[in-house]
Ligand binder design. Sequence first.
Ligand code: CP
Length: 303
Amino acid sequence: MRHLMSPLDFTVEELEKLFCLAVEMEKDPDKYAHLCDRKKLATLFYEPSTRTRLSFETAMLNLGGSVIGFADASSSSVSKGESVADTIRVISCFADIAAMRHPKEGAPMVAAANSSIPVINAGDGGHQHPTQTLTDLLTIRALKGHLGNMTVGLCGDLKFGRTVHSLINALVRYEGIRFVFISPEELKVPDYITDMLKEKNIPYEEVIRLEDRIGDLDLLYMTRVQKERFFNEEDYIRLKDFYILDKAKMELAPEKMLVLHPLPRVNEISVDVDDDPRAVYFKQVQYGMYVRMALIATLLELV
Ligand code: CP
């Protein structure tokens, strides 16, 4: 039995197989419409979500399976003090696979260690968000045609943004990746990430102004300032609108640069950018559903 805790749990070859399956599922949905007949997915969300939970649930329904779970831990026995370990032992009696989001880093790992069904980390605190990374990689692969040899700009909250940490970890496994980290001083990418990049000799720079480097990017990954991870409201208010990608800044960007965002967006991308063909964040959501279909089928060993 296999879990997914980090994007690195799959080799590059396994990821390629997963992406091919996701593409096939998109092209021929009828072929997979009954793959998960009689199987159940449990979505255990201890933290708010729109995309991740609903795309997991849609993915399972598209495969012919069904869904149980909770979207709000306060409506479950967690509110009475039940541990993650006990919850997953119980869920293992009902479901065939579980996706868990939790505000505490490592909680899905605790679940996996106590589970008799595959557990997927659907985001743990400021740590990892592996299925968002699968979504991002599939989007890049589909729209750029490859995953290596590009300059990737990551902009915004690079300190608390778990999608950023997971994506960097995943991209370093491809040839010719260069990073430009664009953030205010307070929201810089953590040292453990830059230490890893130095160790692997992956080129990166850290800059403050988006305008200075947007013209050099193949891909711009915008992120929201993560309000829920701040200890101090004043700091959040000071930093929340530090970056706003608008039409004027897009004019400085290359014609083929893609703009991705894990969403939800707050103010960091102006809505007037949405019609720009380079803005692919809503397409990204669709790829997320297909890659989750492929992931569920793979972890259940049905393909
Ligand atoms: N991208 C993402 O994780 O969105 P949700 O928080 O809505 O699931």
